[in-house]
Ligand binder design. Structure first.
Ligand SMILES: [Zn+2]
Ligand SMILES: [Zn+2]
Length: 140
């Protein structure tokens, strides 16, 4: 990989690290980075498209399929530490929350005991509403 690519990748990661609880489509990342003075020379959209699959493969970002045919969105995950807990994805605001390792293991233990199924914590994401969205909306 060229130095140029490495710098682009670093900028992209820096941007995602700034917004650890938000997921973005590639279009949104390109627009937000352009608007952010911290990124003087942000990578273009086509570069981001090229870099993202690699980041997802390295387990640095999680890719979420877009709902109702919208574009996929991406969000940073905490690397190694994220292999040891379940993730909670808010279907309203798109936040990705990290369940505590302890709670994740409690759930995994229950599933293992009752069904003999060993849950892959790092790859499990549960969908629902975060506290903020649950409070503000008329969701029941
Ligand atoms: Zn995590
Ligand atoms: Zn939410």
């Amino acid at each position: 990989m060229t130095t140029y690519n490495t710098q682009q990748k670093k900028q992209l990661m820096d941007f995602l690290k700034k917004h650890p609880e938000q997921s973005y489509t590639i279009d949104e990342i390109a627009a937000e980075m352009n608007a952010d003075p911290d990124f003087a020379n942000p990578p273009g959209k086509s570069t981001i498209y090229r870099l993202m699959p690699g980041l997802a493969e390295e387990n640095l970002v999680k890719c979420f399929a877009g709902k109702r045919g919208t574009k996929a969105s991406y969000q940073i995950i905490g690397g190694e530490s994220c292999h040891f807990h379940i993730h909670l994805k808010c279907t309203d605001c798109g936040k990705l929350l990290h369940m505590s390792d302890k709670d994740s293991h409690t759930i995994a233990d229950d599933i293992l005991k009752s069904g003999g199924f060993a849950l892959d914590l790092g790859r499990t994401t549960l969908f629902g509403l975060c506290e903020g969205c649950r409070r503000k909306g008329n969701h029941t």
